[in-house]
Design a protein around this ligand. Structure first.
Ligand code: AGP
Length: 606
């Protein structure tokens, strides 16, 4: 899941590409590189680690040229080294690639037999070597790129650049998105429209299997069968301003703090003027649907797990939740009366997109809940519900999660009302309590120093457990996921009733156990499970409201009191301690909060 950029411009391409790569760094930051053609000569610069290393290198070793391709890498095949960094080059061909070439072993063997020598351990290098071979056999650049693309299986977005060709980029898309940007006498290619936003707002999205031959005066696009294809040019609205930290030390801190505001704006967007009803796009109705199939990855899948409780308890609508990487290979039976729902902050997660495509034509409606409204998942669904979180930069999802939960809660309430499970007055009462959520969140965030104190202590631990019951069980999973990805401390989330079926063996004085227990119908049961931990010398951090802490806090290691909250809203409010504890633990451990090791914001490979 790398970011790629291509430029056929009227100005120096290197600074334009570096700026675009900054906007694509969410896709990976293991290495970065650019190649240009200048006075006919193909040349490249590559550096390991974050983009800043490439920028530094370019200061000492600048790269001239108005035509270029660039890449920011999340390593799949081969370690993050300079030789594995893109652009890859063989002879007069350079390529940047996002995705995985699944038949690269066969291609590599074939190339090795023909005498090719390899400079990297990547699947991508087979692409340049093949193209170089075809050119040596007499093909021109476009023919060689076309013949090479035809040999590739797997998922890819590719850009080719050729020595001696200052007005040519050939690109292709299969499985991984690619957008072409139209400028004035200039053309651009990018992994997404956001990367191209400062350059142009006129975008053509390539479709599955498309290949494009791009020159400064336009793009010729060919479909999977090789026929000329007309693809629309759409005017998009994405701010070109780079998002900054707004005075915070990290994007994550800023994004945590933004939650009350963006959540309030999402409510403004979906609630009718009298705050008594919910307006969903596309006249989306759940009256005739008999089941929801919800699919997502990571934190977004945990939002689906919370929503399952809401849809089933409040709306009486059965829900299946699957993680996207498992869903389509399980071949679940689907019916036209069910709706599929895909939740994704980026809208580009490869597994979620593939799962969405798997349900197309097999269910009554394909619905998505997305943050990036120009994304592939939004564009390919029948109804896309924006979560309106604003740009989320930090790799750890925070406001994305709580806005996903908010939109899912609104969907569940709408379904409950339409299906006659709650009256109009009950709906209005739920909406009124949702309106209190931004205020409750602000109140919870005031406890920053307390989170920091506990985070400092948690940083000493080797293992940490999170427990929760009912909708707080997915929150326990989210707490553990956040902590793992940010602080690199091993953490697990469990349904608190499940603990005694095995995991309780892990309990000793060195393992902090974080119990998420709002005072709901399950509070006493969760507290009993907490007592079982304490009876074995477990070190418990109880997170509840002031009454809950008063009732059950005795004998615990630490307590954190959040404002009292109606049960429906508890999972949204309790996301904050999960985020804050992970954030402060990471600060105490000195890890890279916004770009933790080995991760990428958007996972665009399977
Ligand atoms: C969460 O903090 C993660 N970084 C990750 O689990 C993320 O939620 C997941 O990759 C799904 O991404 P998406 O919402 O963009 O599809």
């Amino acid at each position: 899941m790398c970011g790629i950029i291509g430029v056929l411009g009227n100005h120096e391409a290197a600074p334009i590409m570096v700026e675009a790569l900054k906007r694509l760094e969410y896709r990976g930051y293991d290495s970065a590189g650019i190649a240009t053609v200048h006075q006919g000569q193909l040349d490249r610069r590559r550096a390991v680690g974050k983009l800043v290393n490439l920028s530094d290198l370019l200061v000492h070793e600048p790269l001239a040229g108005k035509a270029g391709i660039g890449h920011t890498r999340w390593a799949t095949h081969g370690a993050p080294t300079v030789s594995n960094a893109h652009p890859h080059r063989a002879g007069g061909v350079a390529v940047v690639h996002n995705g995985i070439i699944e038949n690269f072993r066969e291609l590599r063997a074939e190339l090795a037999e023909a005498g090719a020598s390899f400079q990297s351990e990547t699947d991508t290098e087979t692409i340049v070597l093949l193209a170089e071979r075809y050119m040596a056999e007499g093909m021109n650049s476009v023919e060689a790129a076309t013949a090479t693309i035809a040999r590739l299986t797997g998922a890819f977005a590719l850009c080719f650049l050729f020595e001696g060709e200052e007005d040519l980029i050939v690109c292709a898309r299969k499985g991984s998105p690619l957008a072409i940007g139209h400028g004035e006498g200039e053309m651009f290619v990018g992994s997404d429209a956001i990367a191209l936003a400062p350059l142009t707002d006129r975008i053509t999205y390539l479709e599955e299997g498309d290949r494009a031959v791009i020159r400064r005066d336009g793009a010729e696009i060919f479909d999977a069968a090789g026929r000329r294809a007309n693809r629309a040019v759409t005017q998009i609205q994405i701010g070109s301003a780079r998002v900054d930290k707004g005075g915070y030390k990290h994007f994550m801190a800023k994004e945590i703090a933004e939650q009350p505001g963006v959540l309030g704006a999402a409510l403004d967007h979906y609630l009718t003027a009298d705050d008594r009803d919910i307006a969903l796009p596309g006249n989306l109705s759940f009256a005739d649907c008999d089941r929801l199939v919800m699919v997502a990855c990571g934190t977004a899948s945990l939002a689906c797990m919370v929503a399952k409780y809401w849809f089933e308890q409040i709306a009486g609508l059965p829900v299946e939740v699957d993680i996207a990487s498992e869903f389509r290979y399980r071949e679940p039976p689907l019916s036209p009366r069910s709706y599929s729902v895909f939740v994704s902050q980026s809208g580009e997660t490869a597994d979620t997109l593939a799962a969405l495509r798997h349900t197309q034509g097999k269910v009554g409606k394909v619905i998505s809940v997305v943050n990036v409204s120009t994304s592939s998942i939004a564009r390919e669904s029948d109804v896309a519900l924006p979560i309106l979180a604003g740009v989320e930069v930090s790799v750890a999802s925070t406001k994305g999660f709580t806005c996903q939960l908010t939109v899912l809660a609104l969907m569940a309430l709408k379904a409950a009302h339409e299906r006659g499970r709650i009256s109009s007055d009950e709906l209005a009462a739920h909406l009124a309590s949702l309106r209190t959520l931004p205020g409750l969140m602000n109140h919870a965030l005031l406890q920053g120093p307390r989170f920091a104190e506990i985070g400092n202590e948690l940083a000493e631990a080797q293992d940490i457990l999170f427990l929760g019951r009912g909708p707080m069980y997915p929150l326990a999973l989210e707490g553990a996921l956040k902590l793992k990805e940010l602080s690199y401390i091993h953490a697990e989330g469990y349904a608190s009733g499940e603990l005694k079926h095995g995991p309780i063996a892990l309990i000793d004085q060195r393992v902090p156990v974080i119990v998420m227990a709002p005072r709901d119908a399950l509070f006493d049961k969760t507290v009993s499970n907490m007592q079982e931990v304490m009876a074995r010398n477990g070190k418990v951090l109880l997170i509840s409201d002031p009454e809950g802490v008063k009732a059950a806090g005795e004998g615990t290691w630490r307590t954190l009191a959040l404002p009292e909250v109606p049960p429906l809203l508890a999972p949204i409010l309790y996301a904050l301690p999960a985020q804050m504890l992970a954030y402060h633990t990471a600060i105490a451990k000195g890890t890279d909060v916004d770009q933790p090791r080995n991760l990428a914001k958007s996972v665009t490979v399977e």
